[in-house]
Design a binder for this molecule. Structure first.
Ligand code: F6P
Length: 349
């Protein structure tokens, strides 16, 4: 086939990184080459389309990246729709770089931009749902979540042994933004004694009652997992690191663990320590589950473009990879299934 007739797919990774991004990139390149497309890597999320920073992706570029965390393309939280000028640059560069199609890998922000570019500007884009937070509506699971849960579960296991030795309460603050998926699933897996999520505000008295009940039956140590977006019942504001907002208007959550730990110690007298897992939850090699999910998503994204089904997002439904229109994804945050929270609550105290 003559070079000029080869269609080109641009691929970018936006928002917070997570394990499994490279698995998707590799799968996109491998599947696209089999279908005779060329693939152009766009650097640092949407910023790469504003600043025209790209690199061709070949078999060699994606060789050996499957087990690597992070993203070989780089990422950023750039919002290209914040200014008309940046939006024009993005659209101009898509034309200039002769990108026939786009694959945008990201969470609600990156995919929100993809949705608007598809619906308002006719950009032929397919989204791939990524985030450790697992809060993207329209898919049963985002890749990256399983790895984060594994990391937190291991941390809880480790905290158990030191908590027991010292007869302490260990408060573990985890990420997840405004949903408690990481907290609930890792808390269940690690046998936490109390799990605090944005979905279930509780008073400090309720939390302390759970720990005192456990103490009364002779278990003199406890593990409390708290999601960064948890609010004590009645509290007016989320606990944030500072007053600043990111380009998509998000606050920087963090610090609730310390507050909960101080309050527990004050109300119960139990010695309490706090661990903030932070970005460790996003680092390192993806689990086999995330490698496979990312690979299946990448393959499907290319096939959707090939079949003319752009303006969509790949999705997991049960065990099957499928897709939904971007306008039906991310209309709201996907909150933790109440059944999971109910199950976790049976093991409190
Ligand atoms: O969305 C992923 C996430 O890790 C959230 O859980 C967390 O609140 C946020 O990103 C942290 O963002 P940053 O990496 O910009 O500090």
């Amino acid at each position: 086939m003559a070079k000029h007739s080869v269609k080109s797919i641009g691929i970018l990774t936006g928002g917070g990184d997570c394990p499994g991004l490279n698995a998707v990139i590799r799968a996109v390149v491998r599947r696209a080459l089999l279908l005779d497309y060329e693939v152009i890597g766009i650097k640092n999320g949407w910023q790469g389309l504003i600043k025209e920073m790209t690199e061709p992706l070949t078999l060699l570029s994606v060789s050996g990246i499957l087990p690597r965390g992070g993203t070989i393309l780089g990422t950023s939280r750039t919002n290209p729709l914040k200014s008309e000028e940046d939006k024009k640059k993005v659209l101009g560069n898509i034309r200039k770089l002769k990108l026939d199609y786009l694959i945008a890998i990201g969470g609600e922000d990156t995919l929100g931009v993809a949705r608007r570019l598809a619906l308002e500007e006719g950009v032929k884009v397919v989204g791939v749902p990524k985030t450790i937070d697992n809060d993207v509506e329209g898919t049963d699971q985002t890749f990256g979540f399983d790895t984060a849960v594994s990391i937190v579960t291991e941390a809880i296991d480790r905290l158990h042994t030191t908590a027991e030795s010292h007869q302490r309460v260990m408060v573990v603050e985890v990420m997840g933004r405004h949903t408690g998926w990481i907290a609930v699933v890792s808390g269940l897996a690690g046998g936490a004694d109390c799990i605090l999520t944005p979905e279930r505000p509780m008073t400090i008295q309720e939390i302390c009652r759970i720990l005192e009940k456990r103490h009364a039956r002779g278990r003199l140590f406890s593990i409390v997992v708290v999601a960064e977006g948890f609010q004590l019942a009645g509290a007016e504001d989320l606990v944030t690191k500072d007053q600043s907002l990111d380009p998509f208007g998000h606050v920087h959550l963090g610090g609730i663990g310390e507050i909960i730990a101080q309050q527990i110690e004050k109300h119960t007298g139990f010695e309490t320590r706090v661990t903030v897992l932070g970005h460790i939850q996003r680092g390192g090699s993806p689990t086999s589950f995330d490698r496979v999910l990312g690979t299946r998503y990448g393959v499907k994204a290319v096939e959707l473009l090939h079949e003319g089904k752009w303006g969509t997002m790949v999705a997991l439904r049960g065990n099957k990879i499928t897709y939904i229109p971007l306008e039906r994804a991310m209309r709201k945050l996907k909150h933790v299934d109440p059944e999971l929270i109910r199950t976790a609550e049976m093991f409190y105290g």
